[in-house]
Design a binder for this molecule. Structure first.
Ligand SMILES: [Zn+2]
Length: 691
């Protein structure tokens, strides 16, 4: 198992920090800034992200710059032993730019150009905007390249922002056409890929092609898909523009861009390849009730995704909130103990940092009631500040964990391109395709069993996994069928569901039956797909127990041996109802040294628990602990020799967990073993030998 370098090379600690916006308090800086430093140090804060929304303070008028206040902030951080995660300011541009250069403002999908306002409201193709971004990033890098506070670079903020993140201006349309020319080479190839003869849409000139817009075309699914790919490419291209001067002037400083949740507009697997380290902003809807276990599982899925974006390399929890998130539908405060629990969940899944938005709560504007390290009270006398100090103390005991990773042998597919194409396709449940819901239904049992999981897309390597699960793999991107074929040949188990292998990567249906090029590996073909109304269900009996199938029911036929690698698939369960009673519902097919399993319907949670539990036993998948009570998450990180086991109780009541031989409790410094008690929202982290 690999041990990775610390996020900031010379700081082998789990970093603790926040977004810091001292320029908001510049009028009171003599009083507030020293207070900030005192409170930061007391909380063990060693990194602060600065300058994220500072463009209007750094360049108050066009080409008039003022770095004096930032010089003071950088010096102050250095004096206090705190590293700056210094931001490029492109996330929000100054008002003068919107007024003087309206072509820098984004044109929305309705074709109307925005006024100045909000954030992320920029056209990434605008030559002026690009020139100004290069200019200010170069000035920042030149000015602070040798500054002792400079730790790393925080590129822009939450690329994409709100809306669909795209700009539909003439510059962007032209760039889109260039992107398509490069991809297809000829209009004939594009017309074929998009099946444009349907509805008489054949293009005879590149200039006829526009982005998908309500006033024009939204039903050319191949075009829709390419627009998503183009949008991703635009952000990657813009990231390269932003980082060019930084990489040139400060080549030893890492760059990150803070990502968000499952962000529909940008394929994060693609963008992450560009980043030196992945970071993300985590704002779950914690409930302070029994429901928090489900919230924790959904959050765990995201942490695992962000770790997997760079093949297990530790990521950064760039933003989180120590209490109420003011913009959520219900802005609930966090119960005592919750903050440490939520923070440690990120570390347990592979984060090497715990950071917040923001350090000092703003006095005005939109996030003035968003939880922060320092409240409007200002002196650190709040309950939340106390919990942040406690978290800082706990993190200071986890130096050994830095650079370790999570030993996953199970991979679950979450593929952005598949998500776009499958959601866009008109069939089955057009009201809610439920892609990420169904992917998470397969994830949860592993979380409950304490079996680590990586999240992969179709471009990822499958080396090192025993089990690959590909729910709703509607699209088989070029080459992924071969990867799956090789994976099973070499002994891997591939589990897939209905709606697998319907289309290729330009959204053209495979001919000859689904799942297209993987029929022989799966040993069956799916002839029809039934979409069920909410009041309908089927019944599927597996190993003497009946389970509810709902939402989707795939109608499939087992292929004869000569079309299925020489062996027929065995049917483990059949539908019990409707005209397709007796059709296969679960099949298993020997494929090379491995096997391929098909689950035809969306199933109730108990089925996933039972079925995946049995499969985990059959494949001898390693569980961190053999028995885990409901509501407790058990995960681990390792460098291949030592293992750091994290227990986290999400329920508002005590839990008992048996940890067997146990090991060294990293927070108390004592040896522990046998039965341990976890308080409500309690955590435990111990070290043992990895085996
Ligand atoms: Zn544009």
């Amino acid at each position: 198992m690999k041990k990775y370098n610390p996020v900031i090379g010379n700081m082998p600690h789990i970093l603790h920090g926040a977004d810091y916006n001292p320029e908001q308090w510049i009028k009171w800086k003599d009083e507030i800034w020293p207070q900030d430093m005192r409170l930061a140090k007391k909380a063990g804060i060693n990194i602060l992200s600065i300058g994220i929304f500072s463009w209007s303070m750094l360049e108050p008028e066009e080409d008039v710059f003022d770095f004096s206040w930032l010089d003071e902030v950088m010096d102050m951080l250095a004096e206090n032993g705190i590293k700056a995660d210094l931001a490029t300011p492109s996330g929000a541009k100054p008002a003068w730019m919107g007024k003087n250069h309206p072509e820098t403002l984004r044109v929305e999908r309705n074709g109307v150009r925005n006024e100045f306002g909000g954030r992320h409201n920029a056209c990434l193709s605008s030559p002026y905007f690009r020139r100004k971004v290069t200019q200010i990033n170069t000035l920042l890098a030149e000015r602070y390249k040798d500054h002792p506070a400079l730790g790393m670079w925080h590129i822009s903020n939450e690329y994409g922002g709100s809306g669909d993140s795209s700009c539909y201006c003439p510059y962007c349309r032209a760039a889109f056409r260039e992107f398509l020319k490069k991809k297809y080479g000829s209009l004939d190839a594009l017309n074929e890929a998009y099946w444009t003869t349907f509805w008489s849409h054949r293009f005879t000139n590149w200039e006829q092609i526009n982005p998908p817009m309500p006033a024009g075309d939204t039903n050319l699914h191949g075009l829709n898909l390419d627009w998503h790919r183009f949008t991703t490419w635009q952000y990657i291209d813009f990231y390269r523009l932003e980082t060019e001067p930084l990489k040139r002037i400060t080549p030893d400083k890492k760059c990150t861009a803070n990502l968000m949740n499952l962000f529909w507009p940008i394929n994060y697997f693609e963008l992450a390849r560009e980043l030196d380290v992945v970071s993300w902003d985590n704002y779950p809807l914690w409930r302070n009730s029994e429901k928090d276990y489900e919230v924790a599982q959904n959050t765990a899925f995201l942490h695992d995704l962000y770790r997997s974006l760079k093949q297990g390399q530790p990521f950064m929890l760039m933003e989180s909130c120590p209490s109420a998130v003011n913009w959520q539908p219900v802005s609930k405060i966090h119960a005592p103990g919750a903050h440490l629990s939520h923070s440690m969940q990120a570390v347990a899944h592979g984060s090497d940092t715990v950071q917040y938005f923001q350090f000092r709560k703003s006095r005005g504007s939109s996030e003035k009631f968003h939880g922060a390290v320092v409240d409007h009270e200002g002196q650190g006398r709040t309950r939340i500040y106390g919990e942040i100090v406690q978290t800082g103390e706990a993190l200071s005991r986890l130096d050994a964990v830095v650079g370790t990773t999570v030993p996953a042998r199970v991979a679950i597919l979450f593929d952005w391109e598949n998500w776009w194409a499958y959601t866009d396709a008109q069939f089955a449940h057009n009201d809610n395709k439920a892609y990420d819901e169904i992917v998470r239904e397969y994830y949860r049992p592993f979380a409950e069993m304490g079996i680590p999981v990586d999240i992969v897309d179709e471009t990822c390597s499958l080396e090192g996994y025993d089990l690959l699960i590909t729910p709703l793999m509607y699209m088989i991107r070029d080459g992924f069928d071969e990867k799956i074929r090789r994976f099973t040949q070499q002994g891997g188990t591939w589990l897939t569901t209905c709606i697998t292998g319907y289309v290729n990567d330009t959204d053209l249906c495979f001919l000859g039956g689904f799942p297209g090029p993987l029929k022989d590996v799966l040993g069956l073909w799916e002839e029809e797909l039934d979409a069920l109304y909410p009041e309908d269900e089927n019944c599927i009996k597996w190993r003497e127990k009946s389970y509810r199938g709902f939402y989707y029911c795939g109608l499939s036929h087992v292929l004869p041996a000569d079309e299925a690698l020489g062996q027929e698939a065995s049917v483990e369960a059949r539908y019990g109802k409707d005209f397709y009673a007796g059709y296969p519902a679960i099949t298993r097919h020997q494929a090379g040294q491995g096997q391929a399993i098909y689950v035809a319907a969306r199933m109730e949670p108990e089925f996933y628990r039972d079925f995946l539990g049995a499969l985990a036993d059959e494949l001898k998948l390693r569980r961190v602990l053999p028995e885990i009570p409901y509501g407790v998450e058990v995960t681990s990180r390792t460098d291949g020799e030592k293992e750091y086991v994290f227990l986290n109780n999400y329920l508002p009541r005590e839990a008992q967990v048996s940890i067997g031989e146990g090991g060294l409790d990293l927070l108390s410094g004592k040896e522990i073993s046998g039965q341990v008690n976890l308080s409500a929202k309690g955590i435990l982290i111990y070290q043992r030998k990895f085996s």
